[in-house]
Design a protein around this ligand. Structure first.
Ligand code: MG
Length: 196
């Protein structure tokens, strides 16, 4: 097939669907599982975190192109390792999830980095304390025939990103409650420039 005819770009709706399917196929992970982690994490800091906001945040993050590439790549690495298709030392390192192998965390951090320092510390918390579905994936990955070396970090990172987005939206809402707060958009600034 000529290169021009190969589909390389996907719409946000397509990426959301493909990501959801991949998370389910690789580890029976749902967006609700991920939203639950974000909800629990943010409930430590805020009262009445809307669960719907956590769910909406996970869905939004799953539509981003760079996240799509991370998820699709990581899921394939796990599948190939599970089917013992890698050659050389990396096959066993991935298959047995060597503790000192850090590329899974690097990929997770790369996702979390989009949400700043708080995104990264939220990822660290989920990675170390194994919240919710991350604990299940980690346990399943220890069984013969199942590789979740990449998936647990990917899921943890999406949860951390969603959790951080929820914190940002909650803060924005808090700021809007302040009567002295004036929301400025680019159009307001254009007006101000013209007036001068
Ligand atoms: Mg891992």
């Amino acid at each position: 097939m000529s290169k021009e005819k190969v589909k390389l770009v996907y719409s946000r709706d397509e990426m959301l669907k493909l990501n959801k399917d991949t998370l389910w196929e690789r580890g029976k992970v749902t967006i609700e599982d991920i939203a639950q982690i974000a909800y629990q994490q943010q409930s430590k800091y805020y009262k009445d975190v809307p669960y719907a906001m956590c769910l909406e945040s996970v869905e939004k993050i799953l539509t981003y192109r760079d996240i799509f590439h991370h998820i699709q790549f990581a899921a394939e690495v796990d599948r190939l390792a599970e089917e013992k298709l890698f050659k050389g030392p990396i096959q066993d390192i991935l298959y047995y999830d060597l503790g000192l192998f850090g590329i899974d965390e690097t990929i997770g951090l790369d996702i979390a980095r989009n949400y700043g320092a708080i995104g990264q510390t939220n990822f660290g918390d989920i990675d170390v304390n194994k919240h919710g579905v991350v604990a299940r994936l980690n346990e399943e990955g220890k069984k013969e025939g199942t590789v979740h070396t990449m998936l647990d970090d990917i899921v943890g990172a999406i949860a951390a990103a969603a959790s951080t987005r929820v914190a940002q939206v909650m803060n924005e809402n808090l700021a809007l409650e302040n009567p002295t707060y004036r929301k400025v958009s680019i159009f307001d600034l254009e007006g101000e420039v013209k007036d001068k």
